[in-house]
Design a protein around this ligand. Structure first.
Ligand code: ADP
Ligand code: ZN
Length: 519
């Protein structure tokens, strides 16, 4: 068996690093011991070395399955420059070129082979792989194999069968930066990984400061931000191609070097724009979620979501593209309830089956909670991924200087209204009843006869909805169901109603700008 000292040696001589990063050592040790392994490490955590180093130490071939066709060539070139015999096979090669490469691979000319998952859809290719001396199969972005993940790719499913068909019975190393416990379980099940052989370094990114922005004009916010952070590299995500184009021209009009990226652009244009960004010819990439997977641009200083994405997994993965170099970086979510409705519409229109649709609605509700919590944002995300942590002290909630107010009475009004409505209605109706709205819906259901009707008649419906969102994010209320969720009071909500717990909320008013003296 190869020992860790040999791996340490390769780390130093081939890659020029003195020490392993957290997790790398454990993963490599397990892989060298011949165990199927799942590695969960944050973006920029150094997953590549986890298979590149064993590849260099193993006799046989290491095959890397990676969805990043656009970057495969760059990655392989970089390895070649480093004196490592690596090559790739993807759709950019014609039949003849593929066969030539396969021949060279059979002759043992290479240490590493990168392939796109789509290749595995072809029986011909799987048979060809079967003739190669494969010892290790590294599966990048392994969460794509799980239908419970946020980026399921059918081609990944073919992996489990493909592996069984390989006569060399290679060992498997699955890698991902984003997996809930359920997804991790799924990956282990499908790839025959003993859950004991999961190495999870945690999801925390200590150099990433999380911010949620609410109640602000998106364009104004972005322009102001870019003025302060002029010349820094960053990504701005939007949900639609149209919004990507609109934001790009807005920025360009303000002399910001920005370029767009979305699936509707011509291949050539897309590649050009991506390269402009990678090589610092433009500062800001404005993109849909089509951009980014595997983009190894280390100096991205900020990721702004101009619109809320559909899941927290997607959010954190996209946000995590900032600061791969380990330097301080920002991830900012601009939250507007209308963008939640847009995501809701995407789910309505999608072709998911009932179960997945239901799940998608629930994942979207998590985004609303994330945006409305006043607790630590990092803690919220880590908890979602099943990890306990202390408040980060850096996010926009941890650093929120506004004073907390006792809002127990208002909370009790909302909670008792939900109780009176027998948990049969969603937040919109609850807000209408509380503010005493006099519309058909309310009259037809006789909601105007409830004792809680009009209890908050002095307030705007919007601010009552925000209060409900806050109470939901704080765990006093929960939304039940998928497409049309209804509100229910939780156990901690009951404690509030009984008066055994008080509720505090940071005041909504903006902090007064103080004019410095002697200015
Ligand atoms: P991931 O795939 O986990 O997002 P990468 O494998 O691309 O991350 O690594 C991110 C960066 O960290 C790369 O530039 C890589 O060279 C660097 N890196 C990896 N391991 C180490 C290490 N042990 N010491 C220093 N830098 C490292
Ligand atoms: Zn925090």
């Amino acid at each position: 068996m190869i020992d860790l000292a040999a791996a340490q040696q390769v780390l130093k001589t081939t890659f020029g690093y003195d020490e392993f990063r957290p997790g790398q050592k454990a993963v490599i040790e397990q892989v060298l011991a011949g165990e199927n392994t799942l590695a969960i490490m944050p973006t920029g955590g150094g997953k590549s070395l986890c298979y590149q180093i064993p590849a260099l130490l193993f006799q046989g071939l290491t095959v890397v399955v990676s969805p990043l066709i656009s970057l495969m060539k760059d990655q392989v070139d970089a390895l070649n420059d480093n004196g490592i015999a690596a090559t790739f096979i993807n759709s950019s090669l014609d039949f003849q070129a593929i066969n030539e490469r396969l021949q060279e691979l059979r002759a043992g000319d290479y240490t590493l082979l990168y392939v796109a998952p789509e290749r595995l859809d072809s029986d011909y290719f799987i048979q060809a792989l079967g003739r190669l001396p494969i010892q290790l199969l590294a599966i990048d972005e392994a969460h794509c194999i799980s239908q419970w993940g946020h980026d399921f790719r059918p081609s990944y499913l073919a992996l489990s069968t493909a592996i069984e068909q390989l006569p060399t019975h290679p060992q498997v190393l699955a890698l991902t930066a984003t997996a809930t416990e359920q997804v991790a379980e799924d990956i282990c099940g499908r790839l025959a990984i003993d859950p004991q052989h999961e190495v999870n370094t945690g999801f925390a990114r200590d150099n990433l400061d999380l911010t949620v922005v609410k109640d602000q004009d998106t364009d104004r916010y972005i322009l102001d931000y870019l003025k302060v952070n002029h010349g820094e590299a960053g990504i701005i995500y939007a949900s639609t191609r149209k919004e990507v184009m609109r934001l790009t021209s807005l920025l360009q009009k303000h002399d910001i070097k920005a370029t767009p990226y979305h699936a509707g652009l011509d291949d050539m244009v897309r590649r050009q724009n991506q390269e402009d960004f990678l090589y610092d010819r433009v500062d800001v990439m404005v993109a849909t979620n089509a951009f980014g997977m595997g983009i190894d641009k280390s100096n991205v200083r900020f990721v702004i979501h101009a619109q809320v994405p559909g899941t927290l997994e997607a959010y954190y993965q996209e946000a995590g593209r900032a600061g791969r170099d380990g330097l301080p970086s920002e991830a900012i979510l601009i939250f507007r309830p209308s963008d939640i409705q847009l995501q809701h519409f995407f789910i309505d229109e999608s072709e998911m089956d009932t179960e997945h649709r239901h799940l998608a609605y629930q994942k979207l509700q998590v985004m609303t909670r994330y945006a409305n919590t006043q607790g630590c944002l990092q803690q919220f995300i880590l908890k979602y991924f099943g990890e306990a942590s202390a408040p980060c002290g850096r996010c926009s909630n941890c650093t929120d200087q506004r004073e907390s107010q006792d809002i127990t009475t208002a909370a009790q009004q909302v909670l008792s209204c939900v109780v009176r409505l027998h948990s049969r209605f969603g937040k919109g109706v609850v807000a209408q009843v509380l503010t005493g709205a006099n519309n058909q819906r309310v009259r037809e259901s006789n909601l105007n006869t409830l004792s809680t009707y009009g209890l908050m008649s002095g307030q705007r419906q919007k601010s009552v909805v925000e209060l409900i969102d806050f109470l939901t994010a704080s765990g006093y209320l929960q939304s039940v169901g998928g497409q049309y969720p209804t509100l229910a009071v939780t156990a901690s909500g009951v404690a509030v109603l009984k008066g055994t717990t008080t509720v505090h909320r940071k005041t909504v008013q903006k902090v007064q700008q103080t004019v410095p003296e002697n200015s």
